[in-house]
Design a protein around this ligand. Structure first.
Ligand code: NAD
Length: 423
Protein backbone atom coordinates (compact mmCIF):
# COMPACT_ATOMS: atom_id res chain seq x y z
CA UNK A 1 0.00 0.00 0.00
CA UNK A 2 1.42 3.35 -0.97
CA UNK A 3 -0.03 6.54 0.46
CA UNK A 4 0.94 8.35 -2.73
CA UNK A 5 -0.72 6.01 -5.24
CA UNK A 6 -3.91 5.95 -3.24
CA UNK A 7 -4.08 9.73 -3.15
CA UNK A 8 -3.66 9.98 -6.92
CA UNK A 9 -6.63 7.78 -7.79
CA UNK A 10 -9.66 9.41 -6.19
CA UNK A 11 -12.63 7.05 -5.84
CA UNK A 12 -15.16 6.74 -3.08
CA UNK A 13 -13.04 4.33 -1.17
CA UNK A 14 -13.07 5.42 2.50
CA UNK A 15 -9.31 5.03 2.88
CA UNK A 16 -8.60 7.12 -0.20
CA UNK A 17 -11.09 9.66 1.13
CA UNK A 18 -9.35 9.76 4.51
CA UNK A 19 -5.96 10.18 2.82
CA UNK A 20 -7.19 12.98 0.58
CA UNK A 21 -8.67 14.79 3.59
CA UNK A 22 -5.38 14.22 5.43
CA UNK A 23 -3.37 15.69 2.55
CA UNK A 24 -5.61 18.75 2.23
CA UNK A 25 -5.13 19.58 5.94
CA UNK A 26 -1.46 18.53 6.10
CA UNK A 27 -0.64 21.00 3.29
CA UNK A 28 -1.43 23.82 5.74
CA UNK A 29 0.97 22.46 8.36
CA UNK A 30 4.75 22.75 8.52
CA UNK A 31 5.24 18.95 8.76
CA UNK A 32 8.58 17.35 7.97
CA UNK A 33 8.23 14.81 5.14
CA UNK A 34 9.02 11.79 7.31
CA UNK A 35 6.47 12.75 9.96
CA UNK A 36 3.82 13.43 7.34
CA UNK A 37 4.35 10.04 5.76
CA UNK A 38 4.42 8.33 9.17
CA UNK A 39 1.02 9.85 10.01
CA UNK A 40 -0.46 8.68 6.68
CA UNK A 41 0.13 5.00 7.47
CA UNK A 42 -1.74 2.78 9.95
CA UNK A 43 0.67 1.51 12.61
CA UNK A 44 -0.57 -2.08 12.58
CA UNK A 45 -3.36 -4.08 10.96
CA UNK A 46 -4.73 -7.50 11.77
CA UNK A 47 -7.01 -9.54 9.50
CA UNK A 48 -8.64 -12.64 11.00
CA UNK A 49 -10.67 -15.38 9.33
CA UNK A 50 -12.44 -17.43 11.95
CA UNK A 51 -15.08 -20.16 12.27
CA UNK A 52 -18.40 -19.83 14.09
CA UNK A 53 -20.78 -22.66 14.86
CA UNK A 54 -24.26 -21.74 13.63
CA UNK A 55 -27.57 -22.82 15.20
CA UNK A 56 -28.14 -25.51 12.54
CA UNK A 57 -24.82 -27.16 13.42
CA UNK A 58 -22.96 -25.87 10.36
CA UNK A 59 -19.74 -23.86 10.58
CA UNK A 60 -19.38 -20.51 8.80
CA UNK A 61 -16.14 -18.61 8.29
CA UNK A 62 -16.19 -14.87 9.00
CA UNK A 63 -13.59 -12.20 8.27
CA UNK A 64 -12.73 -9.49 10.78
CA UNK A 65 -10.19 -6.72 11.21
CA UNK A 66 -8.58 -4.57 13.88
CA UNK A 67 -6.41 -1.63 12.86
CA UNK A 68 -4.34 0.66 15.09
CA UNK A 69 -3.60 3.88 13.27
CA UNK A 70 -1.48 5.68 15.86
CA UNK A 71 -0.20 5.08 19.37
CA UNK A 72 1.58 8.42 19.73
CA UNK A 73 -0.80 10.05 22.20
CA UNK A 74 -1.75 6.96 24.21
CA UNK A 75 -3.48 3.58 23.96
CA UNK A 76 -5.69 3.20 20.92
CA UNK A 77 -9.45 3.62 20.97
CA UNK A 78 -12.13 2.88 18.41
CA UNK A 79 -15.38 1.10 17.75
CA UNK A 80 -16.22 -2.33 16.40
CA UNK A 81 -18.48 -2.42 13.36
CA UNK A 82 -20.63 -5.38 12.29
CA UNK A 83 -21.78 -4.69 8.73
CA UNK A 84 -21.79 -6.65 5.44
CA UNK A 85 -19.83 -3.86 3.67
CA UNK A 86 -16.92 -3.77 6.13
CA UNK A 87 -13.54 -3.78 4.32
CA UNK A 88 -9.97 -3.38 5.49
CA UNK A 89 -9.84 0.02 3.75
CA UNK A 90 -12.94 1.18 5.59
CA UNK A 91 -11.49 0.07 8.93
CA UNK A 92 -8.20 1.84 8.08
CA UNK A 93 -10.04 5.07 7.32
CA UNK A 94 -12.12 4.87 10.47
CA UNK A 95 -8.97 4.20 12.55
CA UNK A 96 -7.24 7.26 11.07
CA UNK A 97 -10.28 9.45 11.71
CA UNK A 98 -10.27 8.21 15.32
CA UNK A 99 -6.68 9.46 15.73
CA UNK A 100 -7.61 12.98 14.59
CA UNK A 101 -10.89 12.89 16.55
CA UNK A 102 -9.26 11.95 19.86
CA UNK A 103 -6.53 14.53 19.31
CA UNK A 104 -8.88 17.36 18.35
CA UNK A 105 -11.00 16.94 21.49
CA UNK A 106 -7.89 16.47 23.64
CA UNK A 107 -8.15 12.80 24.69
CA UNK A 108 -5.00 10.79 25.54
CA UNK A 109 -5.67 8.16 22.87
CA UNK A 110 -4.55 7.07 19.44
CA UNK A 111 -7.02 5.90 16.81
CA UNK A 112 -8.17 2.33 16.14
CA UNK A 113 -11.13 0.57 14.57
CA UNK A 114 -12.37 -2.96 14.10
CA UNK A 115 -15.04 -4.71 12.15
CA UNK A 116 -16.51 -8.00 11.04
CA UNK A 117 -18.05 -8.60 7.61
CA UNK A 118 -21.50 -9.72 8.76
CA UNK A 119 -25.11 -8.62 8.83
CA UNK A 120 -25.85 -9.01 12.55
CA UNK A 121 -29.60 -8.91 11.86
CA UNK A 122 -29.29 -12.26 10.06
CA UNK A 123 -27.78 -13.99 13.12
CA UNK A 124 -29.60 -15.41 16.12
CA UNK A 125 -28.60 -14.11 19.54
CA UNK A 126 -26.54 -17.25 20.19
CA UNK A 127 -24.76 -16.93 16.85
CA UNK A 128 -24.01 -13.26 17.55
CA UNK A 129 -22.56 -14.17 20.93
CA UNK A 130 -20.41 -16.97 19.46
CA UNK A 131 -19.18 -14.67 16.69
CA UNK A 132 -18.35 -11.90 19.17
CA UNK A 133 -16.49 -14.18 21.57
CA UNK A 134 -14.47 -15.83 18.80
CA UNK A 135 -13.64 -12.47 17.12
CA UNK A 136 -12.56 -11.07 20.52
CA UNK A 137 -10.27 -14.06 21.03
CA UNK A 138 -8.83 -13.67 17.53
CA UNK A 139 -7.88 -10.01 18.11
CA UNK A 140 -6.99 -10.45 21.79
CA UNK A 141 -3.30 -9.83 21.26
CA UNK A 142 -4.14 -6.29 20.13
CA UNK A 143 -6.63 -5.24 22.83
CA UNK A 144 -6.35 -4.47 26.55
CA UNK A 145 -7.18 -1.68 29.02
CA UNK A 146 -3.85 0.08 28.49
CA UNK A 147 -3.34 -1.12 24.91
CA UNK A 148 -6.46 -0.74 22.79
CA UNK A 149 -10.01 -0.23 24.01
CA UNK A 150 -12.91 -1.13 21.66
CA UNK A 151 -16.41 0.41 21.81
CA UNK A 152 -19.71 -0.01 19.96
CA UNK A 153 -20.25 1.25 16.42
CA UNK A 154 -22.62 0.46 13.57
CA UNK A 155 -24.29 -2.90 14.24
CA UNK A 156 -22.83 -3.44 17.72
CA UNK A 157 -24.25 -2.45 21.10
CA UNK A 158 -23.91 -2.73 24.89
CA UNK A 159 -24.55 -6.48 24.81
CA UNK A 160 -21.77 -7.08 22.30
CA UNK A 161 -19.44 -5.02 24.54
CA UNK A 162 -20.46 -7.10 27.58
CA UNK A 163 -19.55 -10.32 25.70
CA UNK A 164 -16.22 -8.81 24.61
CA UNK A 165 -15.44 -7.70 28.16
CA UNK A 166 -16.36 -11.14 29.54
CA UNK A 167 -14.30 -12.99 26.93
CA UNK A 168 -11.22 -10.86 27.62
CA UNK A 169 -11.75 -11.14 31.39
CA UNK A 170 -11.93 -14.95 31.19
CA UNK A 171 -8.44 -15.03 29.64
CA UNK A 172 -7.10 -12.88 32.51
CA UNK A 173 -8.77 -14.71 35.39
CA UNK A 174 -10.34 -11.49 36.67
CA UNK A 175 -12.85 -8.84 35.60
CA UNK A 176 -11.27 -6.21 33.39
CA UNK A 177 -13.92 -3.52 32.86
CA UNK A 178 -11.42 -1.12 31.23
CA UNK A 179 -10.95 -3.32 28.15
CA UNK A 180 -14.05 -1.97 26.38
CA UNK A 181 -16.37 1.01 26.73
CA UNK A 182 -20.05 1.28 25.94
CA UNK A 183 -20.76 -1.59 28.39
CA UNK A 184 -24.01 -2.03 30.31
CA UNK A 185 -24.06 0.00 33.56
CA UNK A 186 -24.16 -3.09 35.75
CA UNK A 187 -20.70 -4.25 34.59
CA UNK A 188 -18.92 -0.90 34.69
CA UNK A 189 -20.63 1.11 31.96
CA UNK A 190 -21.01 4.84 32.33
CA UNK A 191 -24.15 6.83 32.84
CA UNK A 192 -24.80 8.88 29.71
CA UNK A 193 -22.68 6.75 27.32
CA UNK A 194 -25.59 5.58 25.18
CA UNK A 195 -26.76 9.14 24.57
CA UNK A 196 -23.27 10.65 24.36
CA UNK A 197 -22.75 10.84 20.59
CA UNK A 198 -26.18 12.28 19.80
CA UNK A 199 -25.96 14.65 22.75
CA UNK A 200 -22.46 15.82 21.79
CA UNK A 201 -23.68 16.42 18.24
CA UNK A 202 -26.49 18.61 19.50
CA UNK A 203 -24.00 20.66 21.57
CA UNK A 204 -21.94 21.34 18.44
CA UNK A 205 -25.12 22.28 16.55
CA UNK A 206 -25.99 24.83 19.23
CA UNK A 207 -22.52 26.33 18.96
CA UNK A 208 -22.68 26.47 15.15
CA UNK A 209 -26.15 28.05 15.18
CA UNK A 210 -24.97 30.59 17.74
CA UNK A 211 -21.95 31.51 15.59
CA UNK A 212 -24.21 31.86 12.54
CA UNK A 213 -26.69 34.01 14.46
CA UNK A 214 -29.43 31.39 14.25
CA UNK A 215 -31.75 29.62 16.70
CA UNK A 216 -32.45 25.90 16.57
CA UNK A 217 -36.03 26.28 17.76
CA UNK A 218 -38.45 25.97 14.83
CA UNK A 219 -35.70 24.90 12.41
CA UNK A 220 -36.46 22.04 10.05
CA UNK A 221 -34.22 19.04 10.70
CA UNK A 222 -33.65 15.87 8.65
CA UNK A 223 -31.93 12.85 10.21
CA UNK A 224 -30.60 9.98 8.11
CA UNK A 225 -30.28 6.86 10.30
CA UNK A 226 -32.35 6.33 13.43
CA UNK A 227 -29.92 4.23 15.46
CA UNK A 228 -27.95 5.18 18.53
CA UNK A 229 -26.71 8.51 17.15
CA UNK A 230 -29.64 9.62 14.99
CA UNK A 231 -32.42 8.75 17.43
CA UNK A 232 -30.81 10.55 20.38
CA UNK A 233 -30.00 13.66 18.32
CA UNK A 234 -33.56 13.71 16.93
CA UNK A 235 -35.11 13.27 20.37
CA UNK A 236 -33.04 16.03 21.98
CA UNK A 237 -33.69 18.48 19.12
CA UNK A 238 -37.40 17.63 19.10
CA UNK A 239 -37.52 18.25 22.86
CA UNK A 240 -35.92 21.63 22.19
CA UNK A 241 -38.69 22.52 19.70
CA UNK A 242 -36.84 21.93 16.46
CA UNK A 243 -39.12 20.52 13.71
CA UNK A 244 -37.98 16.98 12.88
CA UNK A 245 -39.27 16.87 9.30
CA UNK A 246 -37.55 13.76 7.96
CA UNK A 247 -36.07 10.56 9.34
CA UNK A 248 -34.83 7.38 7.73
CA UNK A 249 -33.37 4.00 8.47
CA UNK A 250 -31.82 1.37 6.23
CA UNK A 251 -35.19 0.52 4.63
CA UNK A 252 -36.18 4.10 3.69
CA UNK A 253 -37.47 7.31 5.15
CA UNK A 254 -40.50 9.32 6.24
CA UNK A 255 -41.24 13.00 5.68
CA UNK A 256 -43.61 15.47 7.29
CA UNK A 257 -42.71 19.17 6.90
CA UNK A 258 -44.83 20.02 9.97
CA UNK A 259 -42.79 17.75 12.20
CA UNK A 260 -42.69 14.15 13.37
CA UNK A 261 -43.60 13.35 16.98
CA UNK A 262 -40.52 11.44 18.15
CA UNK A 263 -42.27 9.76 21.07
CA UNK A 264 -44.98 8.40 18.74
CA UNK A 265 -42.33 7.36 16.23
CA UNK A 266 -40.45 5.41 18.90
CA UNK A 267 -43.67 3.60 19.85
CA UNK A 268 -44.25 2.82 16.16
CA UNK A 269 -40.69 1.45 15.76
CA UNK A 270 -41.14 -0.76 18.83
CA UNK A 271 -44.04 -2.46 16.99
CA UNK A 272 -43.10 -2.18 13.33
CA UNK A 273 -39.35 -2.59 13.65
CA UNK A 274 -38.53 0.50 11.57
CA UNK A 275 -39.64 4.03 10.67
CA UNK A 276 -41.51 2.85 7.53
CA UNK A 277 -45.31 3.00 7.68
CA UNK A 278 -45.39 5.68 10.39
CA UNK A 279 -48.86 7.26 10.13
CA UNK A 280 -48.93 11.00 9.45
CA UNK A 281 -45.78 11.07 7.35
CA UNK A 282 -45.09 10.37 3.68
CA UNK A 283 -42.68 7.68 2.57
CA UNK A 284 -39.48 8.94 0.98
CA UNK A 285 -36.29 7.22 -0.17
CA UNK A 286 -32.98 7.73 1.60
CA UNK A 287 -31.57 9.54 -1.45
CA UNK A 288 -34.60 11.89 -1.67
CA UNK A 289 -34.52 12.58 2.05
CA UNK A 290 -31.03 14.09 1.84
CA UNK A 291 -32.26 16.60 -0.74
CA UNK A 292 -35.49 17.68 0.94
CA UNK A 293 -36.05 21.30 1.96
CA UNK A 294 -34.64 21.58 5.47
CA UNK A 295 -32.33 23.80 7.52
CA UNK A 296 -30.24 21.16 9.25
CA UNK A 297 -29.19 17.80 7.85
CA UNK A 298 -27.81 15.11 10.16
CA UNK A 299 -26.36 12.15 8.29
CA UNK A 300 -26.17 9.52 11.05
CA UNK A 301 -26.00 6.22 9.19
CA UNK A 302 -23.16 5.22 6.86
CA UNK A 303 -20.32 6.86 4.93
CA UNK A 304 -20.28 8.36 1.41
CA UNK A 305 -23.81 9.80 1.42
CA UNK A 306 -23.11 13.38 0.28
CA UNK A 307 -21.10 13.21 -2.92
CA UNK A 308 -20.20 15.19 -6.01
CA UNK A 309 -23.42 13.99 -7.70
CA UNK A 310 -25.87 15.21 -5.03
CA UNK A 311 -24.06 17.93 -3.04
CA UNK A 312 -25.47 20.77 -5.14
CA UNK A 313 -29.00 19.60 -4.34
CA UNK A 314 -28.57 19.60 -0.55
CA UNK A 315 -30.87 22.35 0.77
CA UNK A 316 -29.70 22.42 4.39
CA UNK A 317 -27.51 25.31 5.51
CA UNK A 318 -25.92 23.27 8.30
CA UNK A 319 -24.79 19.65 7.96
CA UNK A 320 -23.85 18.00 11.27
CA UNK A 321 -22.07 14.72 10.62
CA UNK A 322 -23.20 12.04 13.06
CA UNK A 323 -21.85 9.29 10.80
CA UNK A 324 -18.18 8.86 10.03
CA UNK A 325 -17.19 9.97 6.54
CA UNK A 326 -20.65 10.85 5.17
CA UNK A 327 -19.28 13.64 2.92
CA UNK A 328 -16.67 13.11 0.21
CA UNK A 329 -13.90 15.69 -0.33
CA UNK A 330 -15.48 16.69 -3.69
CA UNK A 331 -18.81 17.32 -1.98
CA UNK A 332 -17.01 19.32 0.72
CA UNK A 333 -15.84 21.80 -1.92
CA UNK A 334 -19.33 22.13 -3.41
CA UNK A 335 -20.95 22.65 0.00
CA UNK A 336 -18.31 25.17 1.06
CA UNK A 337 -18.75 27.16 -2.17
CA UNK A 338 -22.51 27.19 -1.59
CA UNK A 339 -22.04 28.53 1.95
CA UNK A 340 -23.18 25.39 3.75
CA UNK A 341 -21.60 24.96 7.19
CA UNK A 342 -20.45 21.36 7.68
CA UNK A 343 -19.69 20.36 11.28
CA UNK A 344 -17.22 17.59 10.50
CA UNK A 345 -17.55 14.07 11.89
CA UNK A 346 -14.37 14.24 13.95
CA UNK A 347 -15.94 17.06 15.98
CA UNK A 348 -19.71 16.50 15.60
CA UNK A 349 -19.71 12.83 16.63
CA UNK A 350 -16.84 12.97 19.14
CA UNK A 351 -19.23 12.89 22.13
CA UNK A 352 -19.21 9.08 22.06
CA UNK A 353 -15.48 8.76 22.51
CA UNK A 354 -15.45 11.55 25.08
CA UNK A 355 -17.87 9.67 27.35
CA UNK A 356 -16.09 6.42 26.47
CA UNK A 357 -12.99 8.10 27.90
CA UNK A 358 -14.98 9.02 31.02
CA UNK A 359 -16.15 5.40 31.27
CA UNK A 360 -12.58 4.11 30.92
CA UNK A 361 -11.29 6.49 33.61
CA UNK A 362 -14.15 5.50 35.94
CA UNK A 363 -13.46 1.79 35.29
CA UNK A 364 -9.76 2.14 36.02
CA UNK A 365 -10.56 3.90 39.31
CA UNK A 366 -13.64 1.83 40.24
CA UNK A 367 -15.30 5.14 41.06
CA UNK A 368 -18.41 6.18 39.14
CA UNK A 369 -19.74 9.66 38.50
CA UNK A 370 -23.31 10.97 38.44
CA UNK A 371 -24.98 11.43 35.05
CA UNK A 372 -25.27 15.19 35.60
CA UNK A 373 -21.50 15.36 36.08
CA UNK A 374 -20.92 13.44 32.87
CA UNK A 375 -23.32 15.56 30.86
CA UNK A 376 -21.78 18.83 32.03
CA UNK A 377 -18.21 17.60 31.41
CA UNK A 378 -19.25 16.40 27.94
CA UNK A 379 -20.75 19.79 27.15
CA UNK A 380 -17.58 21.51 28.29
CA UNK A 381 -15.29 19.31 26.16
CA UNK A 382 -17.49 19.54 23.03
CA UNK A 383 -17.94 23.30 23.29
CA UNK A 384 -14.23 23.89 23.81
CA UNK A 385 -13.31 21.66 20.84
CA UNK A 386 -15.89 23.26 18.56
CA UNK A 387 -14.80 26.78 19.45
CA UNK A 388 -11.12 25.98 18.95
CA UNK A 389 -11.87 24.54 15.51
CA UNK A 390 -14.13 27.45 14.59
CA UNK A 391 -11.43 29.97 15.60
CA UNK A 392 -8.74 28.09 13.65
CA UNK A 393 -10.97 27.93 10.56
CA UNK A 394 -11.57 31.68 10.78
CA UNK A 395 -7.86 32.38 11.25
CA UNK A 396 -6.70 30.16 8.37
CA UNK A 397 -9.67 30.84 6.09
CA UNK A 398 -10.59 27.14 5.86
CA UNK A 399 -13.76 25.15 6.28
CA UNK A 400 -14.35 23.44 9.62
CA UNK A 401 -13.25 20.01 8.40
CA UNK A 402 -9.86 21.26 7.30
CA UNK A 403 -9.47 23.21 10.53
CA UNK A 404 -10.44 20.20 12.67
CA UNK A 405 -8.08 17.90 10.77
CA UNK A 406 -5.29 20.47 11.03
CA UNK A 407 -5.71 20.64 14.78
CA UNK A 408 -5.88 16.84 15.17
CA UNK A 409 -2.91 16.17 12.89
CA UNK A 410 -0.87 18.96 14.48
CA UNK A 411 -1.35 17.49 17.95
CA UNK A 412 -0.33 13.96 16.92
CA UNK A 413 2.69 15.36 15.05
CA UNK A 414 3.65 17.38 18.12
CA UNK A 415 3.37 14.24 20.28
CA UNK A 416 5.62 12.42 17.86
CA UNK A 417 8.14 15.29 17.88
CA UNK A 418 8.46 15.45 21.66
CA UNK A 419 8.62 11.66 22.05
CA UNK A 420 11.33 11.46 19.40
CA UNK A 421 12.12 8.66 17.01
CA UNK A 422 13.00 5.26 18.52
CA UNK A 423 15.70 3.88 18.57
P1 NAD B 1 -26.75 1.99 14.71
O1 NAD B 1 -26.44 0.65 14.19
O2 NAD B 1 -27.28 2.16 16.09
O3 NAD B 1 -27.82 2.73 13.73
C1 NAD B 1 -27.59 2.90 12.38
C2 NAD B 1 -28.85 3.45 11.72
O4 NAD B 1 -28.59 3.72 10.34
C3 NAD B 1 -30.03 2.49 11.74
O5 NAD B 1 -31.23 3.23 11.86
C4 NAD B 1 -29.96 1.82 10.37
O6 NAD B 1 -31.22 1.31 9.94
C5 NAD B 1 -29.52 3.00 9.52
N1 NAD B 1 -28.84 2.62 8.28
C6 NAD B 1 -27.93 1.63 8.08
N2 NAD B 1 -27.53 1.61 6.81
C7 NAD B 1 -28.18 2.63 6.20
C8 NAD B 1 -28.20 3.13 4.87
N3 NAD B 1 -27.45 2.55 3.91
N4 NAD B 1 -28.99 4.20 4.60
C9 NAD B 1 -29.74 4.75 5.57
N5 NAD B 1 -29.77 4.33 6.84
C10 NAD B 1 -29.01 3.27 7.14
O7 NAD B 1 -25.41 2.83 14.49
P2 NAD B 1 -24.93 4.13 15.28
O8 NAD B 1 -24.14 3.71 16.43
O9 NAD B 1 -26.08 5.08 15.43
O10 NAD B 1 -23.89 4.72 14.21
C11 NAD B 1 -24.33 5.50 13.10
C12 NAD B 1 -23.13 6.22 12.51
O11 NAD B 1 -22.54 7.05 13.52
C13 NAD B 1 -22.01 5.31 12.01
O12 NAD B 1 -21.42 5.89 10.87
C14 NAD B 1 -21.02 5.32 13.16
O13 NAD B 1 -19.70 5.05 12.73
C15 NAD B 1 -21.17 6.74 13.65
N6 NAD B 1 -20.76 6.94 15.05
C16 NAD B 1 -21.36 6.23 16.05
C17 NAD B 1 -20.95 6.46 17.36
C18 NAD B 1 -21.61 5.77 18.53
O14 NAD B 1 -21.27 6.12 19.67
N7 NAD B 1 -22.53 4.87 18.32
C19 NAD B 1 -19.94 7.37 17.64
C20 NAD B 1 -19.35 8.07 16.59
C21 NAD B 1 -19.78 7.84 15.29
Amino acid sequence: MSAKTLVMTPREDPWEMALRQFNIAADYLPLKRGIREFLAYPKRELTVNFPVKMDDGSVRIFTGYRVHHSTVLGPTKGGIRYHPDVTLNEVRALAMWMSWKCAVVGLPYGGAKGGVVVNPKELSRDELEHLTRRYTTEIILLIGPDLDIPAPDLGTDEQVMAWMMDTYSMTQGKSVPGVVTGKPLIVGGSAGRREATGRGLVYTLYQAAHRLGQELRGRKVVVQGFGNVGSVAARLLWRDDAVIAGISDVKGGIWNPHGIDIRQLEAHIAEAGGVGGFPGADPVSNAELLETACDILIPAAVGGQIREDNADRIKATIVAEGANGPTTPEADVILRDRGVTVIPDIVANAGGVVVSYFEWVQGLQYYFWRESEIVSRLQEVMTRAFNRVWALGAKEGTDLRTAALMEGIRRVAEGFRVRGLYP
